[in-house]
Design a binder for this molecule. Sequence first.
Ligand code: ADP
Length: 527
Amino acid sequence: MSAPDSPYPTSVLATLRHDLRTPLNHIMGYSEMLLEDLERSGPGEIRSGLESIRSTARQLLALIQNALSPGRPSITDSDVRALRRALAKPLNRIIRDASALVQHSPDSLVPDLLKIGQAAIALLSLTEETVASQPARIPTPVLGDRPAATGHLLIVDDNEMNRDVLARQLQRQGFTSKSIEDGETALRELRQHRYDLVLLDVMMPGLDGSQVLERMKSDDSTREIPVLMVSALDELDSVVRCIQIGADDYLFKPFDPILLRARIDSLLERKRLRDLEKRRTEELEATVAQLQTVERELRESNQELERFAGAVSHDLQEPLRTITSYIQLLQRQLQGRLDERAEEFIGYAVDAARRMTNLIDGLLDYAHASSGKHQAAAIDAGKALREAVDNLGAAITESGATVQHDQLPTIVADPVQLARLFQNLVGNAIKYRRADVAPAIRVSTERQPDGWLFAVRDNGIGIEQKYLPRIFGLFQRLHGQNRAGAGVGLATCQRIVERMGGRIWPESEPGVGSTFYFTVPDQAPVA
Ligand code: ADP
């Protein structure tokens, strides 16, 4: 103990302040809760008794604040004794009021009234040994009707009455909670069960609040749980340290119920949003992973199908050629000896064999465009177009088509595939011409920042808007009935363009004509 009139050391004062304030907080907490209950239904004289206890407790706080304010230069033993004398009378009044109320109150209020009396006696006995200071508190507004709150909270505090007051305040506000008296047990509990928020006392024996917090933040299973530090006003330094470690917020004792509720609500809302964001991100990542798997499987199964189509088409070519040759042989040998119907039947067979040959050739082109080797090199696009036009010589002559073109550039592409692309597009422009209108085809180009844009325009029958998305599909035919074709030409074009790293798309107006655009980037993609 300090010698008379020598100043008290700061650390001793801090401990004393804490010790004295704790019972005072209990008196305030219990009287406020009881007043809240009585607000609705309680008899008037009990209410006024409790109000008197609460206002005496407030006076005590002010008294302690004045006498032992941490801002005062030095506090001596005589200051302490003066304070003790000043505290004794109001404390005795609280004890008297509490016992009077115990006599007249309904049974349900008695346990809390006894706790008020107990706390006042504890404080009185403390003031007989020594004295501490307590800062003034904000007057506590009474909670009005609030929507029910939800959330499971963990209270960590070494003082039983602190835990009780807090747990009951939380329960009144609609939360469920569990109380734990030491840091180690709290950490174990947090690892084993789910909590939405922790109310953590700063000053505790064993692990203190900041150590518990540190351990929570270094453990993956507890890192994300929001923490509200609960402390006395003069523990501000420790609170600041806890905020630096990662505490989400803090609250000074004694609690203001509205402030308590507001802080808990905001922390829970923040946690809810954080959880939601985390869930969304996880869902998104799972969807992306799923999509990637589906895409890979699709690519593999497509490649498989293409290999199969290529192999089958190749194997079918030989027997088909034999069938065609023998039928044609028969046709020649029996010429003039067959009746009209038999001639007609043989004609059907020859025609079907020709269609099948076209289909197989088309499929072989498609398979080659898809998975065959492409030899990309800088080539003259004009040469590829000329080759395509030569191959289409018969159709051009027969239809009276004209094919005009810009000066075509040098581009990076496989010459065989580029010629095949032009041949399919120009071939279609001729095939899907309007009756009695000679096909007029124009191939033009436009320089773009990173490559070339080609356009193959015709004046044919056009395509209805609703069919445009389908036409690049394998075996998709819109006007197939009386025009030769197997529905693989545009699918092949798409594959060729994609393998060059470009895009292909149509624009069309029925009865006016169609334009097929495709791009060729300067940089060939890595095969
Ligand atoms: P095919 O010509 O063998 O039927 P394609 O894959 O080349 O197959 O074309 C698919 C369908 O797209 C054609 O059946 C046709 O209906 C339509 N089409 C393609 N090119 C044109 C065009 N230039 N004008 C009008 N329709 C076209």
